[in-house]
Design a binder for this molecule. Sequence first.
Ligand SMILES: [Zn+2]
Length: 78
Amino acid sequence: MLNTHFERDADLFEEPIRVSRMTTVDNRFEINCSICNQLFYTDIDSIAQINRAVELGFDNPFVCDGCAENYEMLSHSR
Ligand SMILES: [Zn+2]
């Protein structure tokens, strides 16, 4: 299990992180958007993915939909 981390680095940010605005049965873990810092809730798989990224020395890779859209617009308008 451990030695798969590095091979999977490239995938780390491509798996969609499932979030909701409020806690649900699955989404019980708090997560903040790394850009706007709004609070969302996510499931155990996604929080594990974030924690893994942070352990590897990355910043919180979660960006909410709103910020992701803005970011896309910014990168296209250059
Ligand atoms: Zn955001």
